[in-house]
Design a binder for this molecule. Structure first.
Ligand code: GLN
Length: 275
């Protein structure tokens, strides 16, 4: 079997397993398996691959057919132009979250920043590397997630301090800026998630309580004590949560509450200033 047919067979297997971007994923797995680029592939597509490549590629296709996300197989995801290691202890960074980082970056210069629920560390590390904050702290309830985040910080030459904390219980310092992409999926939405997300991504990184809002309430509630007067809070939100999250912020004494859209035109960020 020549390489081109092996790729086609891989794509067919993924499509039959219900993988939505089967052709693309079959290619990414081939590229990962052989360490080749598209141009290299075109030069060797009529050649017969080595047996160990055929074997390894079929194992990768099988793994993806079980609906394990591509990023947990290859172990990486790009975010803000940086490369992050990911594993099943952390949420895979989403492109939507880049909008949150971009808005926060505009305010971070010489500020003390806290990224709450850091997961892979993608937000904190991006702010540390791409902005010029005074300091960046990042917290998460999961020690396993923090291990991955620490690795990502070192790999990207970021300067981030990590704190194990269930929302505010381990936080002692005061900040100028709080950024957070907390878990915000509702009970009803949890059952509708794609198998890739529902069966493989950590539930603690997804589930935001029955109404999806419990983390926003807890974060906004404690922000009074840990955010300076005039400081900013930036939240990523589910696209139907702008009004509810704005209400929570208003009830906690925040002003100048604004909503921003993602690249698909959906509400994705709510930010506000503390009085
Ligand atoms: N902050 C991480 C991210 O944006 C993790 C978010 C989470 O676990 N809910 O990807």
């Amino acid at each position: 079997m020549i390489l081109r047919d092996m790729l086609k067979q891989g794509a067919d297997t993924l499509r039959k397993a219900g993988v939505s971007e089967s052709g693309l994923d079959a290619w990414y797995l081939l590229s990962y398996c052989m360490g080749i680029t598209k141009s290299h592939y075109y030069m060797i597509q009529d050649k017969v691959p080595d047996n160990n490549i055929i074997q390894r590629y079929s194992e990768l296709i099988l793994e993806r057919s079980s609906r394990k996300p591509l990023q947990y197989i290859t172990g990486t995801q790009e975010f803000m132009g940086l490369v992050f290691d990911v594993d099943e202890n952390v949420l895979i960074p989403r492109q939507d979250t880049e909008v949150l980082v971009e808005h926060a970056l505009a305010f971070c210069e010489r500020k003390r920043v806290l990224d709450m629920c850091t997961g892979s560390g993608c937000i904190a590390v991006s702010i540390s590397v791409l902005g010029s904050p005074e300091s960046v702290d990042a917290s998460d309830i999961s020690e396993a997630a923090l291990e991955t985040a620490k690795y990502n910080s070192e790999k990207n030459n970021a300067a981030v301090s990590f704190i194990v904390s269930d929302i505010w219980d381990g936080i002692t310092r005061e900040y100028d800026i709080i950024v957070s992409n907390p878990p915000y999926i509702t009970s009803d939405e949890m059952v509708e998630l794609m198998p890739e997300v529902r069966e493989y991504e950590p539930e603690t990184a997804l589930f935001g309580g029955v109404d999806g809002l419990s983390m926003y309430k807890r974060i906004a509630d404690g922000a009074g004590e840990h955010l300076v007067s005039g400081g900013y809070i930036f939240f990523e939100i589910g696209c139907n949560q702008a009004a509810a999250v704005s209400d929570i912020l208003e009830r906690n004494g925040f002003i100048d509450i604004r909503t921003e859209k993602d690249l698909s035109g959906l509400d994705r960020v709510v930010w506000a200033r503390k009085k």
